[in-house]
Design a protein. Sequence first.
Length: 210
Amino acid sequence: MNPQDFVETFGQRRASAILRCDDQQTANDAMEAAVRGGFTILEFTLTVPGAYELIADFSRRDGLILGAGTVLETSQAERAVEHGAQFLVSPVVDPEVIAAAGNLGVAAMPGTHTPTEMNAAHRAGAQLQKLFPTPGLGPSYVKACLGPLPFLRIVPTNGVDEENALEWLEAGAFALGFVATLFSPQDLQRRNFDAIEERARRILARVGEP
């Protein structure tokens, strides 16, 4: 899948499951629950133990698109793609990581907070701009940024939940990433994967497709 195909698919499905936890087996089982609930665009942050192996395992399955998160070094980008990642996400704008994604033939989604950072990421070649962390203005911030910069593809993650998802999309967000609001820390600790699966179903029912 080339970067443009990924962008088009992400824009259609409008939601990704982003998992950060401190145990490989828990991460596997939690993401399995999200997949059963309907998520097909999945991101394991590289802070998860065994993240590369998890990316490889899930990427072998038909219909799933895997990404690596918290990519801070070009070596991490290379290793993630070797293991099957088709998009790379960072918490910051790093031109070297963005360039590495381009050289590797995958999409880049660096973390941005201000319009200046968003535009810099775009000019560096990032197809998507992750909004991180969420500003106090909430969804209206996305609408304000897109006014003068309509070519951006802003993807809020922090602070997005099933209750406000439609507000973000109506404000112009390209797609959404669900982190702790999908993978509740309490559910992870208790290994309550049925709750994660059910929450995934509710989120996707609310987000739908345009």
